[in-house]
Design a protein. Structure first.
Length: 165
């Protein structure tokens, strides 16, 4: 793990973005000195964010972690998600679904966020697409059986916009 900051720095020096989903890490191995400074997008879930930051709320955790450099994008299950880039705190609600299995929901969230960001979406739209991808992935058993396609995620996003007009 100590070599990760250097690896991420090299990737960034080549003009690429970096993202890190810490996953559950009770051993604290993601507390590598300098790690977060080399991460563009840190993608923990709410419990992970609070544990990593030593904070009592998701918002406080996002602020603390963003203080090290990354935009912090926090998955918060049915409550939705939030992101903080050091200036702007953004939120999105969760998408109501009948969840069958949450395995892989975080990975689908991350994939949706990264794909939307790379496609040029605004930070708010990327957060919304990520939450949609995470929610839709819970409709089936296993990590990939219900993972939405880009088209399905976009159709769901557009459908939500029409219901809020």
């Amino acid at each position: 793990m100590p070599q990760l900051p250097a690896l991420f720095a090299e990737v960034r020096s080549l003009g690429h973005t970096t993202s890190l989903d810490t996953n559950d890490d009770p051993a604290g191995r993601w507390q590598v000195p300098g790690m977060y400074a080399e991460v563009d997008f840190l993608l923990p879930n709410a419990a992970e964010a609070m544990r990593l930051a030593g904070a009592d709320t998701v918002e406080a955790a996002a602020v603390a972690l963003a203080g090290h450099g990354p935009t912090v994008v926090v998955k918060d299950g049915a409550a939705g998600a939030l992101s903080y880039d050091g200036r702007n705190l953004l939120r999105t609600k969760g998408l109501p679904v009948i969840a069958v299995d949450s395995v892989g929901a975080g990975d689908s969230f991350d994939a949706g966020f990264v794909a939307a960001t790379l496609a040029g979406s605004t930070a708010q739209r990327a957060l919304e697409i990520a939450a949609i991808c995470g929610a839709l992935s819970t409709r089936g058993i296993g990590g990939t059986t219900a993972q939405p396609t880009w088209d399905e995620a976009m159709a769901t996003c557009h459908g939500m916009e029409r219901t809020h007009d």
